[in-house]
Design a protein around this ligand. Sequence first.
Ligand SMILES: [Zn+2]
Length: 262
Amino acid sequence: MKEQLARLIALQEADLRLEELAERKRRIPEMIEAARQPLLSSQATRDTTKQEFEKLTKDRKAREQELAVQEQVISKLQDRTTKGEIKTNREYQAHLLEIELAKKKRGEIEEQLLVLMDGVDVEKKDLEQAEAAVKETEQRFTAEKASLEGSVGALDEELAGLRQKRETVSATIEPSLLRNYEKLRASKKGQALAGVNKDGTCMVCRLHVQPQVVAEVKRATSIQTCSQCHRILYWAGEPVQVLPVPEKPTDAVEVEEAETTE
Ligand SMILES: [Zn+2]
């Protein structure tokens, strides 16, 4: 029975590892998606920055055209003076005011243009940074994705080895014991066996196992189960000593009657 228990332990080890690796493999697509997030986020930032840069560039061009038009307006107004179209003083005063207003408007356009030019410069730098961030996150993602996809091969290899081991070990276990194990495994989330530690506790459900059961578990001549979680118990404490440990002699302490009190 001791040998059978050892095989069950080996089987459970293989089963638990199989489950762990299968779960890891299942999670790979999800992990690739998680690794893609920084790239998506940097692309979104880049797109917004690009839109802002393009909008400001368009605004700047429009303002430049506006400025050119205003220059023409001023130039035409000034031409009227030289062409001698202005006859009276009153007309001249009105004309001067018109030029002044046109120049004032030009000044306003120039101010707006300066602000826009500054804005375009800032956005241009931001866009360059955003493009660099996209490039960096793209490289990192490509590397992470390749590494994750590459790990599938190694996982498949280990999984195949474990399945092979499981088959080999199962073939050496008594059919009824194996059936019992499988039934427990299905109902106990893969953990059909439970170790009993040196404090005599079931290591899965923490029940304090009765001393006579612990003794049976140590001897491993029969299958013992936990009365609470019903798992098959095995000894997981210190190795069982075959030879009895010699007791440490306890020296009788003689009471000294004639003790000096001085
Ligand atoms: Zn238990």
